[in-house]
Design a protein around this ligand. Sequence first.
Ligand code: SAM
Length: 224
Amino acid sequence: MTGITSPLHDTYRHQGQRRALARELRQRGIADERVLAALAAVPRHLFFEPAFEAHAYQDKAFPIGEGQTISQPYTVAYQTQLLGVQPGHRILEVGTGSGYQCAVLLRLTAHVDSIEFNEVLFARTQQRLAALGAGGATLYCGDGSVGLPGRAPFDGILVTAGAPGLPPALLRQLRVGGRLVIPVGDAQSQRMVRVTREGPESFVREEFETFRFVPLLGASGWRS
Ligand code: SAM
């Protein structure tokens, strides 16, 4: 899996910064070497405006416009690790934002559907991923809190915005054995939740660390 195929401005310095970031994430507890390799491979600086490139390899979230953020690398690694992506998995990401998380997922499987509510971010990121040659991504503009019923079932659904509860449509769109990873809580903080569909009507819920995300909007989010 390559994910990004275009030859772009990616120097030895950037590559060294990514390797250092991956080492930092390993020290913070990310143990899945495939996930660490994905973060070491995806040029995060290409998801920033050139003026802010210096911030790209700090382990921090950063504004991307429209009141939204590119998630912190630790959070991206943490959610990706919980999702347990295998080659061939069909993944839905809710909250495309900059497209960085989508590019990380594309290092682990050949195709990712990603849906973004904000039209400006959707248009910008569609252009960016096309320029990066991220051919395995299909982007949609709309309310991802109701999923993508026409594309279901998914092996994994990753939500990158904080939800007030588990969106029922996303649970229905998991295949048996599939996982939903979603931050759930109030506006201040959310617990990372993983739900595994063990049978047609059987779901197992696990809770992990606390994070702070921008809100999930839409029908099963915080109403926009
Ligand atoms: N994954 C992104 C990245 O790699 O840059 C970061 C996403 S940002 C933390 C959360 C995103 O979720 C925002 O772009 C926001 O517009 C989007 N969002 C919020 N509610 C949504 C919804 N109901 N459907 C789709 N996207 C939504």
